[in-house]
Every structure is written in C-alpha cells, then in structure tokens.
Design a protein around this ligand. Structure first.
Ligand SMILES: [Fe+2]
Ligand SMILES: [Fe+2]
Length: 330
C-alpha cells in the first residue's frame, strides 16, 4: 500500500506554535510522509502566508498523497488499456473481497442498476460497463481509505457525500453536452480529494496532540485544495486529463482557455449546494463553512462555456431534483 504525505509541508502556527506537516495514511511503509519543512512562525490568521506555505509543501518533491488501495490502482490502469477483458478486471477485484462486496452493493443501488439485480462483478460489468465498474471501485476506495480522518470526521463525511453528489451531477450535465459521462463521473468523485489530503496532513502532524481546530484550518485548506487535488491525481498516476481537470475545477481555465470538463465539474459543484450536498466542515455549519456558490453571472458564463441553452438548464435542474431523492439516504 502506498501512503500519501503532505511531505515537507509546513503550514501554520497554532497558538504561536510553528507547525510543520507530515502526512501519511498507509503506515506499512515508514518512509512515507517523512519530509518535513520547517516553516517557522506563521500567524494562523494570516491566510495568505499559510496558503503560500501549503503550496510550497504540496509542490515539494517529497510530497506523498494518501494512498488508494492497490486493487483500485490496478483496475484504473487496466481500464486505460485498449484491450481488457472482464475476466482481467474480475481477477484483480477477486483479491479484495471487501471491496468487491461494496462495489456490488453500490452497483445494485437505484443510482446505477435501477431495478436490475446485480449479483456478481461479471454481471455488473456486463450490465453497467467496465468503466462504470471502475468508477464504483474508485468510489469505494475513496470512502474506505481516503475520506477518513477521526479528528476531522464531520468534514470528511461532508467531503464523501459532496464528492459522490458531484460525480452524479457531472454525469447528468453530460447528458446535455457531448462530453464523456464516465470521465465526468470520475472527475466529480475525485475533484476535492485534495481537501482530504490537507486534512490528513494536519491531523498527522499534530500527533500525539490534537490537530488545529477545523474552523481555523479550513480557509487555508480551501485555498490550496484545487492544486492539492491535482497533485494527488499525479501521484496516483491517474490519466493526465484527470489531474488537469482536478487542478482547474474552480478557475476552469487551462492554458488561458475554458476547459469543458473543468466547467462541468464547477457546474456540478454548484448544483450540489442546491441539493444540500455542498462541501462544509461541519453539518450544522453549512452557511458559514461551505464554499460560496457561484454568482448568477458566473453561472451563466459557465453554462455558456458548456453550450447549454436555457431549456437544457431547466432539464438539468429537473434531473438534479430527481437525483436528490436518490441520494437522500446515501
Ligand atoms: Fe473544490
Ligand atoms: Fe467541490
């Protein structure tokens, strides 16, 4: 298993205490997350300084993000090969019974299978397609291994719900554009993974003491999460297209031009708030801790970038409302 560390990262000073960050989720390899950069004294309230330090940390060569299970990485790699059989993927999944069980459970949910009963991975691949099964594997892997951090449990739970909702919303948007639905789903699932990386780093650094309060850390984490997501995707060796989208999911511009998939994720992210699945650090803090929704003008701009008409936007709104019912007990 690989571990991810916010390598030599140093962030801030809590209560006058200089803070450096080391993060690693996988404990099997003691070399993970060892790099620590001394940031010296930085006022936690000086968000700009903290942001600079965080960015330095995630750009450092020794940065190592939290790990995805080996099985998930293998399935991702296999799915990129031009000729891959269901049997090949099945063999990889067989090695992780717990993951297979959870993938099957998800595959049977109304969000994927509708009324069809899916009882084996082979059946799931036949009915849902290889790439949907791949995305289910990623979803299960994120939930099991990445979106977990005891000291920041409410924020991680919000991140889990938000990421799943944005994945499904991104897929809905592609019904009205010419962009790839499963690629959108994968990018939606992963778009804010940098938030998990930052929170895990903060928690790991503080051991054995308590990590900084989430409300103090949150603005800095938000400021750098887009770049942290990109970096984690690179460290997981995900397809370059994925890391590009993750690194631009708020600003949308890549090389000075709007990137359609980044715009899709931004719109999905915005719609997730309408459903009550916005990202926040505590469930009861939605108004104050969540990312701010898009201004109406910006919404129109993004819709224009995606070539969506008023009528299509209404259809997306209707599909979004229907999705809300299905996500309710997620
Ligand atoms: Fe984000
Ligand atoms: Fe988001």
């Amino acid at each position: 298993m690989v571990a991810v560390g916010f390598g030599p990262g140093n962030l801030k000073c809590v209560g006058g205490r200089p803070m450096s960050i080391t993060m690693h989720q996988g404990r099997q390899n003691p070399s993970y997350g060892r790099g620590v950069v001394d940031v010296g004294s930085i006022d936690l309230l000086d968000e700009q300084a903290v942001k600079v330090r965080l960015l330095e940390a995630i750009r450092a060569p020794s940065y190592q993000p939290p790990t995805l299970p080996a099985v998930a990485i293998e399935v991702l790699n296999l799915s990129q090969q031009p000729k891959v059989s269901f049997a090949d993927v099945g063999k990889v999944l067989e090695r992780d019974g717990m993951m297979t069980g959870q993938v099957l459970k998800l595959a049977q949910s109304p969000l994927f299978a509708g009324k069809q009963k899916v009882t084996s991975i082979h059946q799931a691949m036949v009915r849902l397609g290889l790439r949907t099964v791949r995305d289910l594997v990623v979803q299960v892997a994120l939930q099991a291994k990445v979106f977990r951090c005891k000291p920041y449990a409410p924020a991680m739970e919000s991140l889990r719900r938000h990421s799943t909702a944005v994945g499904h919303l991104a897929r809905i948007i592609t019904k009205y554009t010419s962009f790839d639905a499963e690629f959108a789903f994968l990018c939606g699932l992963l778009h804010d993974v940098g938030v998990a990386g930052c929170l895990l780093a903060l928690a790991e650094h503080a051991k054995p003491g308590p990590p900084p309060p989430i409300e103090e850390a949150w603005p800095s984490v938000m400021a750098v999460h887009e770049q942290a997501s990109e970096l984690m995707a690179q460290n997981w060796a995900l397809p370059p297209d994925v890391s590009i989208v993750l690194g631009a999911h708020h600003k949308v511009l890549v090389g000075g031009y709007p990137h359609p998939m980044a715009a899709t994720i931004l719109m999905a992210d915005d719609l997730s708030r309408d459903l009550g699945f916005g990202l926040t650090y505590a469930p009861d803090q939605e108004a104050s801790s969540g990312q701010v929704g898009l201004e109406p003008v910006r919404r129109q701009e993004v819709a224009k970038q995606l070539g969506l008409s008023e009528q299509q936007l209404e259809l997306i709104a209707a599909d979004t409302a229907a999705l809300g019912d299905m996500l309710a007990d997620m």
